[in-house]
Design a protein. Structure first.
Lengths: 331, 72
C-alpha cells in the first residue's frame, strides 16, 4: 500500500471515529503466533474439583476461583492448578448459592453473582459470609471496578423491551447507573444470542464489553460508567457464521467471541470454532487485541476451553471436560 | 322433588368447584411459570455447548412457558 493511500485511509479513519490501526492493517497481514504450554499441577484432584458448569473465573495473587453453577459453589485452586477447597453450597441462606454465575475478587473478598437468589454475596477468602445485597433481577456476571464500584450484568428477558444490560452499584449495593440497552431481533431465541455479552474490567476502573455475536467491535466504558467509544476489531480476526433455528425459519448470525479477558491493557478474545457437526462451540485460539483494536498475536492453546482468565504469561482456563487448566504462554 | 333437584344441583356445583379448585389455582400462578422459564433459559444459556443446541433448548423453554401459562 502506497504512503499517500495509507495517509488517506488514516485520515478517513480518524474523521469517522475508527482507530487507524484497525483500518490500515491489511486483511492478509500475518498474525504473530504464540504457543501455550500446559503447566497444570499434576497433583491428583478429588472428584469435587471438577466443574460441572463452569460459569466464571477470577484470580488473585495466590489462587484461582471458579464458579460452578451446577454444584452451586466456588471452587478454589492454587495458581499452579492444585485444587484447594470448595466454598458454599446449594441453598438460599447466607453463604449458600442458587446457580451462581459470576465471581470477582478484590482486597481479600469474593463477590459472587448468586443468580437465582437474585443477589450479590460477599465472602471472605475462607468462604465466611460477610454481607449481601438484593437485586431486582437475576445477575449474570459481577466485576469490581475502581473505588469500590461494582458492575453487574443481566441477561435481558425480552419482556419488556428496553432493559439495560450493565448495572453499576456502589460498595453498599446502591444502584448508580444503568447502561447498554438490550438489542431486539424480533424473536426471543435470537434476542438471547444478540444480548450475550462478555465484560472485562480495564486497568483504570474502565470497562470493555464484547458482544458474543453480530458486533465486530469492543465497547469501551469509562471510569464514570459512560460509553467512551467503540473499538472496531482488526479485520484479520475472523468471525464465524451460523444459521440458527428461530421462529419462522432460520437466521444467520456471526459468532464473534466465546469468552474474553483483559490483562495489562490488552484484550484476549477466545475465538469460537466450528464443531464437527458444523455448529459453533468454544475454540482453542486466543487473539490478543491492543487498545486500538489491532491484533497483536494469536495464542494457540493445547485444548479447547470455555472459560478464560489471563495474568501475564499465565492463562487460567476451563477445558471442555470441566477441568481447570493452567497454560504458560511462550513469548 | 323440585327441592331435591335444587339441592342435588347445588351439591354438584360445589363438588365440581372443589375438583376444579386446585387446577384454577395452578392456572393463575403465572409467576411460577415465569420463574421456571427463567431457570430453564439460564440453564440453556449457561451451557458450554454448541449454539444450535442452545437455540433448541431456548425454544423448548418458550414452549414450556406457553404450556404452563395455559395450564396444559
Amino acid at each position: 500500500m502506497g504512503p499517500i493511500l495509507r495517509q488517506a485511509i488514516v485520515y478517513l479513519a480518524l474523521t469517522s471515529g475508527i482507530p487507524p490501526a484497525a483500518a490500515i492493517t491489511p486483511a492478509d497481514a500475518p498474525v504473530r503466533r504464540l504457543a501455550a504450554e500446559d503447566v497444570t499441577s499434576r497433583d491428583a484432584r478429588p472428584e469435587e474439583a471438577s466443574l460441572g458448569l463452569a460459569a466464571a473465573l477470577a484470580y488473585d495473587a495466590e489462587r484461582v476461583y471458579a464458579v460452578d453453577a451446577e454444584d452451586c459453589a466456588v471452587k478454589v485452586f492454587r495458581r499452579s492448578g492444585r485444587f484447594e477447597a470448595v466454598l458454599g453450597r446449594s441453598g438460599h441462606g447466607p453463604g449458600e448459592f442458587s446457580f451462581p454465575s459470576g465471581v470477582a475478587v478484590l482486597g481479600g473478598r469474593l463477590f459472587i453473582a448468586d443468580k437465582l437468589n437474585r443477589r450479590i454475596q460477599v465472602l471472605d477468602l475462607s468462604g465466611r459470609f460477610l454481607r449481601s445485597f438484593p437485586l431486582p433481577f437475576a445477575p449474570d456476571r459481577v466485576l469490581v471496578l475502581a473505588a469500590g464500584r461494582l458492575l453487574v450484568t443481566r441477561r435481558p428477558s425480552s419482556r419488556p423491551a428496553g432493559e439495560k444490560i450493565l448495572h453499576y452499584y456502589n460498595a453498599s449495593g446502591e444502584p448508580l447507573r444503568q447502561e447498554l440497552v438490550a438489542r431486539a431481533g424480533g424473536d426471543p431465541v435470537l434476542d438471547a444470542f444478540l444480548n450475550m455479552v462478555l465484560v472485562s474490567p480495564g486497568p483504570r476502573g474502565d470497562l470493555f464489553v464484547v458482544f458474543k455475536c453480530q458486533e465486530r467491535a469492543v465497547l469501551h466504558y469509562g471510569p464514570d460508567g459512560g460509553l467512551d467509544g467503540r473499538i472496531p476489531v482488526d479485520r484479520r480476526y475472523i468471525s464465524k457464521a451460523l444459521s440458527l433455528p428461530v421462529r419462522g425459519g432460520r437466521k444467520t448470525v456471526e459468532a464473534f467471541c466465546w469468552e474474553s479477558a483483559q490483562d495489562r491493557g490488552r484484550l484476549f478474545l477466545l475465538a469460537p470454532e466450528y464443531t464437527d457437526g458444523g455448529d459453533i462451540g468454544p475454540g482453542d485460539k486466543v487473539y490478543v487485541v491492543d487498545p486500538a483494536g489491532r491484533l497483536e498475536a494469536r495464542i494457540d492453546l493445547p485444548a479447547r476451553v470455555s472459560r478464560l482468565a489471563v495474568d501475564g504469561d499465565r492463562i487460567f482456563a476451563v477445558d471442555l471436560a470441566g477441568e481447570l487448566r493452567v497454560f504458560r504462554v511462550a513469548r | 322433588m323440585k327441592k331435591t333437584c335444587l339441592w342435588a344441583l347445588v351439591g354438584l356445583i360445589l363438588f365440581s368447584s372443589v375438583l376444579l379448585f386446585p387446577l384454577s389455582v395452578r392456572a393463575h400462578d403465572v409467576n411460577e411459570c415465569y420463574a421456571n422459564h427463567q431457570v430453564c433459559r439460564e440453564r440453556a444459556l449457561a451451557m458450554n455447548g454448541a449454539w444450535t443446541k442452545i437455540a433448541i433448548y431456548l425454544t423448548v423453554c418458550d414452549v414450556a412457558l406457553g404450556k404452563c401459562i395455559l395450564n396444559m
